[in-house]
Design a protein around this ligand. Structure first.
Ligand code: NAP
Length: 738
């Protein structure tokens, strides 16, 4: 690695971009001297008077000879001639970089000029700009939080790449590296084509006879879409020719897309039209999330949302509970792998299930919706998934990651699964290890955490011995992998766990073989499309069940709630405590049992909760603790496994909240004892956990005065309708944002 300096910088082409970098370097005192050189004397003088540069370069030869770094910031079409002019004066240690919007043309020209390129030559392109040009528009903060793409060449010395990258970082930019051809391909699609279209749209409309009217009434859409048509025409003229081949490819793709749209409009094909629009909308949102590298609704997570609740009386009405989270994931997955089209009703539009939905779009599956819970999945069959264009981003959804891991391990292509910061801290060992025993090749980051690099292996094998599994997600991942193995994959369930995957498989025509607690996925299984309605989520219903139970004078009905026996522990526990809960119209929604649930207020009494029920009410624990706090006498909860209480952040947040409301809780020898009694008005913090926020809200129904709970932002992600539904049955709940 050679050593390069950036103390004396020569900017050739003192316009918007060259001037902005010069200004950024000077104002941050990052270099000793910035010299400006431009064919236009007036630009140089303006630059000097504005303090953009230290001095004007009068003699180009002298300036190039003395410069540590030469920055080419001229239009792309003159890059070649400027490079040819300065070539004789460059020293071996001179850094040479540029800001041109296209890279292939410059590199081809440089190779023709130099033969072997100098080690200090590292082309670059800041993805930042403005519609204005000239040094007068330069801005010292133009590159802050903007991307700069460097396209180092095989001859580029790593020391030169480092020095140039550091300079851009020092002015606030994020530096990426790309190959030259890839840069031109990506920029043709993301920048050059959109500019061309904006110019074209404005030009087309401007030719209309009534153009004044068109422009007079052109509001939001036209203005937003055509903002970039105010860019410098000569610059874009140059770019079109400099990146001609890539741009033509993108224009052709776009033309095909417009033709498909036109065809759909002409034929009145609303399904086709809606399909295009919904795919585009979700792709647009997905891109934004990937760029933010954060959970699916990043802003929502961090907003300072507070719930205020008043003590309640007489809750009445009917509540349509949102679709079950676990079932929504599985419905999309199996529908994508089935032969034929599946319509799903009641799909939960929460961030986790949306992550799964988007993952399958990335894998080439056409999915329309979700629109008011309706999703149409055009199944591709077991062999129809396509390699995704890049890593599959799953936000914070551990369910998506674990289940997809099993499925993707068996594909004939490689994939990478990544998630937000929180998900990237969770070990995936429980799923990765058994899959490796089937022959899966999965590389993980330290601690078996994401990102997971999955080398597809279509020849996964079964195992002679069944896997001993307690977790529903691991079981599901293995069953999905088992759809692809030549020999059956068998699982012995060591304790009861959710069986939604097995039920959903049956709904898609795949019957598992069962012997006692052992399940086997028979080899050669195929999935057939179906129609299904996702039952309401019992773990959301739990909050309303407890709300009506503890609030005097209440009588509510929750509609179409899943009552899968592996999920209904809370109902059994509350009934044992004296709750008045009736399952009405018990029926099957596909292979899942559902019912309408009627809940009337009842005086509860404390009980010693049987561990097996508790195991079936894991997610509902926060709501259960509130019920216990409102019950007469003592309720005792035994931890499901040693140390489980001490390590549960959710339980600790609940304990803190309830204690702050005056509830007596004691924890010893693996047991939590809750003494029912009066609940005091208080200001609480949920710690950001939506289930804690919702449970503490319920406790407010029985408080002696108003209760405020901070940290409720995530409720909107977990259960978007919670606050509205609560108000509809008479809960005085107010949402505030600081
Ligand atoms: P600009 O404001 O027009 O600046 C370019 C300057 O270079 C002008 O002052 C021009 O003088 C001068 N120049 C032209 N030929 C020259 C020559 N042979 N020798 C010396 N100076 C010469 O343009 P810009 O927006 O800064 O763009 C500069 C480069 O940045 C282009 O390669 C462009 O592709 C790239 N870029 C632009 C943006 C953007 O949004 N603007 C974003 C990223 C990258 P005249 O005015 O007399 O021609």
């Amino acid at each position: 690695m050679l050593k390069f300096s950036t103390r004396r910088v020569l900017v050739i082409g003192l316009g918007l971009i060259g001037g902005s970098l010069a200004r950024a370097l000077r104002s941050r005192e990052l270099v000793d001297e910035v010299v400006g050189y431009d064919r236009s004397r007036s630009e140089c003088e303006l630059g000097l008077s504005l303090g953009v540069i230290d001095r004007i370069g009068e003699d180009l030869e002298q300036e190039v000879r003395r410069a540590d770094m030469v920055l080419l910031a001229v239009p792309v079409k003159v890059m070649e001639s400027v490079l040819a002019e300065i070539k004789p004066w460059l020293r071996p240690q001179t850094l040479i970089t540029d800001v041109g919007s296209t890279k292939g043309n410059l590199v081809t020209a440089a190779r023709a000029l130099f033969g072997e390129l100098p080690p200090g030559f590292v082309p670059g392109h800041p993805i930042a700009g403005a519609e204005k040009s000239g040094v007068g528009a330069s801005d010292e903060d133009l590159f802050v939080r903007r991307k700069v793409i460097l396209t180092p060449l095989p001859e580029s010395d790593s020391g030169a790449v480092l020095a140039i990258a550091r300079l851009w970082q020092a002015v606030g930019a994020e530096v990426l590296q790309m190959e030259v051809a890839r840069h031109d391909e990506v920029l043709a699609a993301t920048s050059h084509l959109p500019h061309l279209l904006a110019f074209s749209l404005v030009d087309t409309l401007a030719h209309e006879a009534e153009n004044t009217d068109i422009f007079r009434y052109a509001a939001g859409g036209f203005r937003d879409f055509t903002r970039i048509a105010a860019s410098d025409p000569s610059m874009w003229h140059d770019i079109c020719f400099a990146n001609r081949d890539q741009l033509l490819t993108q224009i052709d793709r776009f033309t095909d897309g417009v033709a498909r749209l036109r065809d759909a409009v002409a034929r009145g094909d609303s399904q086709q039209l809606l399909g295009i629009f919904t795919r585009a909308k979700s792709a647009r949102e997905h891109f934004s999330r990937i760029l933010a590298r954060s959970a699916y609704s990043p802003d929502l997570h961090h907003r300072p949302v507070r719930f205020r609740i008043r003590p309640g009386q007489g809750l009445t009405g009917r509540v349509d509970i949102s679709g079950d989270r676990s079932i929504s994931h599985r419905a999309v997955m199996l529908a994508a792998l089935a032969d034929g089209v599946t319509d799903i009703e009641g799909f939960l539009e929460g961030e986790d299930s949306l992550a799964t939905l988007q993952a399958f779009r990335d894998l080439g599956v056409v999915i329309e919706g979700p629109h008011q819970g309706l999703v149409r999945v055009f199944g591709v069959g077991l062999e129809g998934l396509q390699p995704p264009a890049g890593p599959i981003y799953l936000g914070s959804s551990g369910t998506s990651m674990r289940l997809l891991c099993g499925l993707l391990a068996a594909q004939p292509f490689d994939t990478e699964l990544c998630g937000d910061e929180a998900l990237s801290r969770v070990s995936m060992a429980s799923v990765v290890e058994p899959l490796r025993r089937l022959g899966a090749q999965i590389e993980t980051a330290a601690g078996e955490c994401a990102p997971l690099r999955i080398r597809g292996n279509p020849n996964l094998k079964g195992t002679a011995e069944p896997f001993r599994v307690a977790s529903a997600q691991v079981k599901s991942a293995l069953l999905l992998a088992g759809l692809y193995t030549a020999e059956p994959v068998c699982i012995e369930q060591t304790s009861p766990s959710r069986d939604h995957t097995e039920r959903m498989l049956a709904q898609f025509g795949a019957e598992l073989e069962r012997q006692g607690q052992t399940l086997c996925m028979p080899s050669g299984t195929r999935l057939q499309s179906t129609g299904l309605r996702v039952p309401g989520d019992l773990s959301v219903a739990a909050f309303f069940i407890v709300a009506a139970t503890i609030t005097p004078g209440s009588d509510i009905v929750l509609e179409h709630v899943g009552i899968n026996p592996t999920r209904i522990g809370l109902v059994h526990i509350l009934q044992a405590m004296g709750a008045d809960i009736t399952l009405l119209d018990v029926r099957d929604a596909g292979t899942e049992p559902v019912a309408d649930i009627r809940i009337r207020h009842a005086e509860l009494h404390g009980i010693d909760i049987a561990p097996q029920w508790r195991a079936l009410a894991l997610d509902e624990c926060p709501a259960l603790l509130v019920a216990a706090a409102c019950a007469g006498g003592e309720t005792v909860l035994t931890e499901p496994s040693s140390g489980a209480f001490a390590t549960s952040a959710r339980l600790q947040a609940m304990e803190r909240g309830l204690r702050a409301m005056g509830v007596q809780l004691t924890r010893s020898q693996g047991q939590l004892r809750i003494q029912g009694g009066p609940i005091a008005a208080a200001r609480l913090d949920s710690g950001g956990d939506p289930r804690v926020a919702m449970a503490l809200t319920l406790a407010g129904l029985r408080a002696t005065g108003p209760v405020a709970i901070d940290g409720c932002a995530a409720v909107a992600l977990f259960c978007p309708e919670f606050a509205d539904q609560a108000r509809r049955i008479g809960i005085e709940l107010y949402r505030e944002e600081d």
